[in-house]
Design a protein around this ligand. Structure first.
Ligand code: COA
Length: 320
């Protein structure tokens, strides 16, 4: 059996922060941000936690799928900004939505988290172990963002997206995932520095650091490369793909992928302008936007592709 999306849901904090508002706290401008990234605004939490956003997205996905939380066998939550070291946000969400029969755990694959979660569930379904799953990408990146670093703080936003997956005859056709730990330092966030009675230092909370150009180079290579592998090994032509649903990190990365794949931009829907980069939440936020606009019909072939810190990357070829 294959993992099929039975319902999708998303939720982002209400508070909108515009580029002009950011230019009041760092030396930047609306023009610079829009032209370099495609971002106009982002949502920033004024109190809601990662698990709060995740639980609301989950409730919406369950409603869209017509599935009761008690039917869930498994919940996997991808995040790079968890509320706690433990308990996992997935366990918190399990309690918040009353999914008492589900095993729940978080995965750390940064912006590829939603794709990794989907692929793990697909594996469980193929092995016949579970039948109904909830996958979530949820982030409050605003708490790990260095608000004095204009090179990163203009890029990210908070939000969550979730999908209910059911084991069915159609759904995920093929998928791939990869990691390259040697590139870890180009995008990193220490959770807490070392400090104990022996070192004589106090642990401190870490903030995100990034080599933007290296990440850019990595993404414009890996994203089209992964998509091409899926197309070639499944003997699927580009014409058969209705949409490419890419991680929303930067409009220019999406444009570069479209150019390399020789596909028109109309096949690359985007939400980056209103949410910024929401890491693991960006793909389900985009899918939810597409579902709300009725852009997806049963049988449509789409490819999802994400990349992020690790470095990690993943792609899924699926029938809607
Ligand atoms: N506003 C104004 N100027 C800024 C700025 C900002 N927010 N951020 C950086 N700059 C400046 C730099 O200081 C630099 O100035 P200098 O030439 O005087 O040194 C100049 O703009 C160019 O910086 P550069 O880093 O070369 O810009 P860029 O064209 O590479 O764009 C990113 C920077 C971050 C937008 C781009 O590299 C990027 O999107 N990378 C990928 C990041 C990403 O996707 N991360 C998440 C992965 S999941």
């Amino acid at each position: 059996m294959k993992a099929r999306i039975a319902g999708i849901g998303a939720y982002a904090p209400e508070r909108v922060v515009t580029n002009d508002q950011l230019s009041e706290i760092v030396d930047t401008s609306d023009e610079w941000i829009r032209s370099r990234t495609g971002i106009s605004e982002r949502r920033i939490s004024t109190g809601e936690t990662t698990r709060d956003l995740a639980a609301e997205a989950a409730r919406r996905a369950l409603k869209a799928a017509g599935v009761d939380a008690r039917e869930l066998d498994i919940i996997i939550l991808g995040t790079s900004s968890p509320d706690n070291n433990y308990p996992s946000d997935a366990c918190s969400v399990q309690a918040m939505i009353g999914a008492e029969n589900a095993v729940a755990f978080d995965i750390s694959a940064a912006c590829a988290g939603f794709i990794f979660a989907m692929n793990i569930v697909h594996g469980f379904f193929q092995a016949g172990i579970y039948k109904t799953a909830l996958i979530i990408g949820a982030e409050t990146l605003s708490k790990v963002t260095d608000w004095t670093d204009r090179g990163t703080c203009v890029l990210f936003g908070d939000g969550a997206g979730a999908a209910v997956l059911k084991a069915e005859e159609t759904g995920v056709v093929d998928m791939l995932m990869g990691s390259d730990g040697t590139k870890g330092p180009i995008l990193s966030c220490t959770s807490r520095t070392l400090g104990n009675f022996l070192t004589g230092t106090k642990p401190e909370l870490g903030l995100m650091t990034m080599d933007g150009q290296e990440v850019f180079r990595f993404a414009v290579k890996k994203v089209p490369e992964s998509i091409e592998i899926l197309l070639e090994r499944n003997h699927i032509s580009r014409e058969e793909i209705k949409y490419y649903v890419l991680h929303q990190a930067n409009e220019r990365i999406v444009e570069a992928a479209a150019r390399r794949l020789k596909e028109p931009m109309e096949k690359f829907p985007m939400t980056i302008s209103k949410y910024g980069n929401t890491s693991s939440a960006s793909i389900p936020l985009l899918l939810n936007d597409m579902a709300e606009k009725d852009m997806l019909q049963p049988g449509d072939k789409i490819i999802l592709s994400g990349f992020g810190a690790g470095m990690t990357w993943g792609a899924v070829l699926m029938e809607w």
